[in-house]
Design a binder for this molecule. Sequence first.
Ligand SMILES: NC(=O)c1ccc[n+]([C@@H]2O[C@H](COP(=O)([O-])OP(=O)(O)OC[C@H]3O[C@@H](n4cnc5c(N)ncnc54)[C@H](O)[C@@H]3O)[C@@H](O)[C@H]2O)c1
Length: 455
Amino acid sequence: MAGRTGEVETDALQTEKRRARIRRSVLVPREGEPEGTIMDFDIADPELSTAGKHRILWAERNMPVLALIRDRFAEERPLAGERIACCLHVTSETANLMRTLQAGGAEVRLCASNPLSTQDDTAASLVVDFGVPVFARHGEDTETTYYEHINAALDLCPTITIDDGADLVSTLHSKRQELIPGLKAGMEETTTGVIRLRAMAADGALRYPMIAVNDAYTKHLFDNYYGTGQSTIDGLLRATNVLLAGRQVVVCGYGNCGRGVAQRARGMGALVIVCEVDPLRALQAAMDGYRVMPLARAAAIGDVFVTVTGDRSVLDAAHFEVMKDGAILANSGHFDVEINLKALQQMAAEVHRTRPAVEEYHLRDGRKLYVLGEGRLVNLAAAEGHPASVMDMSFANQALCSEYVVSHELPLDVTKVPDEIDEQVAALKLQAMGIEIDELTAEQKQYLGSWKMGT
Ligand SMILES: NC(=O)c1ccc[n+]([C@@H]2O[C@H](COP(=O)([O-])OP(=O)(O)OC[C@H]3O[C@@H](n4cnc5c(N)ncnc54)[C@H](O)[C@@H]3O)[C@@H](O)[C@H]2O)c1
């Protein structure tokens, strides 16, 4: 690549320039290095660390499974010698995952998987109190800083990656291919990331093995359903403080996330309409008691719209044309492409912020439409993301998979979380909740394993 002065920029020069842009570094004590070691980081304000520490310890109270794993990791050090680059939402729950990986002996680096989800106080505490190099600032610019931070995390020369949405993996495959031979495996946290990785595998483009943590039962049946369900409504309410009772709420997409959002909205008295493209999911929504119709029709009825599809331009110009004055538009799918904001911008005479996470699009015909959190994940842009209690299970899967990939060779593909890990996470969560369950008797085991016994 040609630099500004016309010289050819080597990879090393580019890396050096990027490092120079990462503004701060600090001397931290490290085991076996009495002089301490220089730690790079780039966060908004280290002074916020006290508030961040309170937040991290508050989340810890609701993450008992991860705490059990952390205690075992501290004794057994199964990740000793591993370097783990993580691209995740920089929240208090993620902070507890970082502590767990560190307790297992890994060197970690963290960057953000979304420019609006970073909690600056959590980032500060991770750096100051826990010695985790973090590269994330709330509201960072998506064109440059976001990717500079991903590259800074990759400068760790990881042996393992943990990603949420596959931006780190995609950067690795396109711009940092020199790191690929050193990688054992990667884990992916969300549906959209898993879809991207499967597309890479199908194209023959995937160059190191992946585990689809999203697809573990103890992840998507809880995190996507209960977590997204509750936190999306939380984001909607914190942003607007509207009363949901009696309002027409249109949920686009009836996957695990959409089902959760629809159920929570109904629980608050909303009249929920579901829009789907998959006949099975649409049928399920109808039998769950929701009105199901095409979005073209629902667009004129809805007071509040929530997209959770993982698809693009779900809410588009034709829908904006017929929406009621005052309609509220939110997205809880992974990327900010579900609401076609470009089309909306073109229809608007003026756009301005009316509340911290609300932008008013004043259309030329006089109507006003309100977009929450710039069309990014509303539960993270306008609230705090999933409650710690569900992230406990998602991140227990991440920690146990990190341990698994150190001692197992995986095929070059996107594979599922081993059943024994899924079952272990469920059993530990039940134990932490003080819930006991029955066990099969010997007679029942035999019956369930045989095909000979009938009527
Ligand atoms: N907000 C969060 O914190 C959070 C948490 C987990 C997952 N996610 C993201 O939410 C999205 C959905 O995840 P999921 O696990 O429910 O996925 P899913 O694949 O189970 O469900 C998505 C549903 O959307 C439907 N759909 C696709 N295009 C559509 C369209 N144009 N109109 C209507 N319906 C359409 C699909 O048929 C499918 O039923 C993904 O992007 C995922 O990464 C967000």
